[in-house]
Design a protein around this ligand. Structure first.
Ligand code: ADP
Ligand code: MG
Length: 288
């Protein structure tokens, strides 16, 4: 009877925005004690809009900062890149060509544009390079801020805003009711992470996390006896998804992340995980 229950459960899950790749994941869902969420695109909509562009080195206008950035963001699939490109389109900016595009893992992107080395990076990158962060950069805690460097010097920054998904708060209530701790690990800055965590009433968060650090976060939780489910997207998250007891790749995730995961969350909606857990518990109760 158990395989039948699992088969039915798998079919029901598919209708609810989940693809179960590993059938034991369904049975294991009722053991989850900690849910470690990524932020952008899962707890939040992942739909960034540019709110401010500021020039720090006054020899670069805000238009020039956006124009140089546009070349790099056209080669990136990060939600921040998509947000910046919307603004580029609105402002009718002609995107320059680039050479030698590369990702700076967990910290940003870099390329050569019109003979200049351009980087668009996180606040963490500036801290590592001991570059001063302008005081007013984080005037609004809800904003995500990326910094534009030209030949290694800070030219200016771009602030963007995302929104919390309306479904996140409801899902978190269900997790709490089922004694599941909800944590968040994000590459985004401390202020934004804190604001999202407080708004959603999370049990904790990790900010400015590099992809390779996620594996350690999962291992540390497991060492404390937790049964960890983790959501992630992108190639970088694959090792942590593999380490988690239940790895959940979110919808827009790359193929590599999806191949490593036990579950694929098709619509990136936390509510679907809540339904899985409730359904898993109900099914298990029926079996015994
Ligand atoms: P997350 O998915 O949590 O944002 P990532 O590792 O993808 O984590 O990115 C970490 C940080 O690196 C971002 O918050 C941002 O500051 C910076 N970053 C990454 N890619 C880009 C990009 N294409 N443009 C601007 N900043 C980027
Ligand atoms: Mg990411």
């Amino acid at each position: 009877a158990i395989p039948l229950v699992v088969a039915i459960s798998t079919a029901v899950s598919a209708q609810n925005g989940l693809l179960i790749r590993n059938r034991t994941a369904f049975e294991e869902s009722r053991k989850i004690s900690v849910l470690l969420f990524d932020k952008t695109g899962t707890l939040t909509k992942g739909d960034f809009g540019v709110t401010r562009i500021e020039s720090v080195d006054k020899s670069f206008s805000t238009e020039e900062i956006l124009r140089l950035s546009s070349a790099l963001e056209q080669s990136s699939e990060h939600p921040i890149a998509i947000g910046i490109l919307k603004k580029v389109k609105e402002d009718n900016i002609t995107i320059p060509t680039l050479q030698n595009f590369k990702a700076i893992t967990g910290k940003g992107v870099e390329a050569n544009v019109e003979g200049k080395d351009i980087k668009i990076v996180s606040p963490g990158f500036l801290k590592d390079e001991k570059i001063n962060i302008p005081e007013d950069a984080f005037s609004d805690a809800a904003e995500t801020v990326v910094f534009v460097l030209v030949d290694g010097k800070l030219a200016g920054y771009i602030a963007l805003a995302d929104e919390i998904r309306p479904e996140s708060a409801d899902a978190i209530k269900i997790f709490k009711k089922n004694n599941i701790k909800v944590l968040m690990a994000t590459g985004d800055n401390e202020q934004t992470a804190k604001a999202v965590s407080e708004k959603l009433g999370l049990d904790g968060y990790f900010a400015e996390v590099l992809p390779e650090e996620k594996v350690k976060i999962v291992k540390d939780l497991q060492a404390k006896g937790e049964f960890v489910a983790m959501t992630g997207d992108g190639v970088n998250d694959a090792p942590a998804l593999a380490q988690a007891n239940v790895g959940i790749a979110v919808g827009s995730g790359t193929d590599v992340a999806a191949e490593t995961a036990d579950i694929i969350l098709v619509n990136s909606n936390p509510q679907d995980i809540a339904n899985l857990i409730l359904f898993g518990k109900a099914t298990y109760n029926k079996m015994i």
